[in-house]
Design a protein around this ligand. Structure first.
Ligand SMILES: Cc1cc2nc3c(=O)[nH]c(=O)nc-3n(C[C@H](O)[C@H](O)[C@H](O)COP(=O)(O)OP(=O)(O)OC[C@H]3O[C@@H](n4cnc5c(N)ncnc54)[C@H](O)[C@@H]3O)c2cc1C
Length: 387
């Protein structure tokens, strides 16, 4: 498919990837069997440092990174297959996910040699987890309006401000902090922002919990009050982090985690309907399966493009937009089906009750996090030359 700047080449899975897929499946079956993890309504979105250590021992964190930094020099396609299997099995991979997905690639691309040596092997070993400090109380979609400031002092920077909606800051070791280091210029409002590597144990940092709609504590407010970081904490360009952040967001948006949030619910739905499904329900399920298969093909195609060194930003935005709407559609369809079969749904022994409840409560967040649907559609329109 080709349209101006948009391209999603169709691709055939090389056979060695099927072997890798089987390897991941058999590892997960054995871990499930020995009780090191269980399937849960939260699916893969669970923070389990011990399980992350096991994933690291398999060589599945930092898979594409150079060996000298703890990586395995595998292809993006191999990483894609491993990620898809872990997520669809509901393995609790949240602890290392962000560092593996975007901090590693960011440091490899613009980090100093010291930063690469210090952080990448620890991330690959499943011993260093990151959170991301972009959003603020009055700044989310429009990140250039951030007010958290880093002021130059002797030997480093003094940070003042606060970050909001910082997922898992209370459990991570480090934050990738986005702060203003210089005023924007009249012609470039994206100038003057810088990324910093900040240890969350640094004096002056307070992490306040925010409980979400589902009564879980995953978000936080992170307050920086006279926090000192050295000059070595700067990631990439001083005042020039805008391009780095947008590149990082492309990594954040392109993966299968954007359309595998409701996969556990889809499986529970199919299981609970059993083999004697009505034509009407079969049509609904068939529609969802066709949709998820298409997302799988699109997402895999993006991995091919990453493998070839391309930057599929527009394509990633399209997958995220379609994927997050799919994640919202699954609970909607499940509710439609079960509203017609109230008795089965209300049966207390039925695990789908829990899975559906969680999927429903988390559903609104999918089209907000990682860029709202309006922002993504703006990126798509610009990328296609329509704006
Ligand atoms: C589950 C979850 C996890 C998150 N985790 C993190 C995290 O770890 N770290 C972090 O930094 N942030 C995180 N966020 C915050 C998230 O990135 C922001 O909520 C998001 O970018 C939107 O910003 P906002 O909430 O300030 O809304 P706003 O930017 O105020 O937007 C409000 C509404 O206006 C619309 N809008 C805004 N600008 C435009 C425009 N130019 N054109 C059209 N419509 C527009 C938006 O689409 C939205 O509907 C998380 C959010 C969620 C839901």
């Amino acid at each position: 498919m080709k349209l101006n700047n948009f391209s999603l080449p169709s691709s055939i899975l090389p056979t060695h990837l099927n072997e890798l897929r089987e390897e991941v499946r058999s590892f997960l079956a054995s871990e499930l069997g020995n009780g090191s993890y269980h399937r849960d309504a939260a699916g893969w979105d669970r923070y389990d440092p011990e399980f992350s250590l096991k994933i690291a021992k398999q060589g599945w964190i930092g898979m594409t990174w150079p060996k000298q930094y703890g990586g395995k020099e595998k292809s993006f396609l191999e990483r894609y297959v491993v990620a898809e299997e872990l997520l669809s099995a509901g393995a609790p991979v949240r602890a290392h996910w962000l560092a593996d997905r975007q901090i590693g690639p960011l440091l490899l691309s613009v980090g100093t040699e010291d930063q690469k040596i210090k952080y990448l092997p620890k991330i690959a070993a499943g011993e260093c987890f990151f959170c991301v400090g972009l959003s603020e109380p009055d700044s989310g979609s429009d990140l250039s309006s951030i007010r958290t400031k880093a002021i130059k002092v002797d030997g480093g920077w003094n940070i003042q401000g606060s970050k909001l909606w910082t997922s898992y800051a209370h459990m991570a070791h480090m934050i990738n902090l986005f702060a203003r280091t210089s005023p924007a210029t009249e012609t470039n409002r994206h100038f003057g922002v810088t990324q910093f590597l900040v240890n969350l144990q640094t004096p002056g940092i307070t992490i306040k919990p925010i409980v979400n709609l589902a009564t879980d504590h995953d978000f936080n407010e992170v307050i920086f009050d006279d926090v000192f970081v050295s000059d070595h904490a700067i990631i990439g360009k001083l005042n020039g982090a805008w391009g780095q952040v947008t590149g990082e967001l492309a990594h954040e948006r392109s993966g299968s985690e954007r359309w595998l949030n409701a996969y556990g619910l889809l499986i529970d739905l199919i299981d609970s309907l059993g083999p004697n499904v009505s034509d009407q329900d079969a049509e609904k399920i068939g529609h969802l399966i066709a949709h998820i298969w298409t997302l799988h093909r699109m997402s895999f195609s993006i991995s091919w493009m990453l493998e070839k060194g391309e930057s599929p930003d527009v394509e990633a935005a399209i997958v995220k937009d379609l994927g997050t709407h799919f994640d919202q559609k699954v609970p909607l369809i499940a509710r439609q089906i079960f509203s017609e079969r109230k008795k089965a749904y209300l049966d207390t022994g039925n695990s789908i009750h829990k899975t559906l409840k969680r999927a429903q409560l988390y559903s609104p967040s999918h089209t907000i996090r990682g860029g709202t649907q309006e922002i993504l559609r703006g990126i798509i329109a610009r990328g296609l030359g329509l704006r």
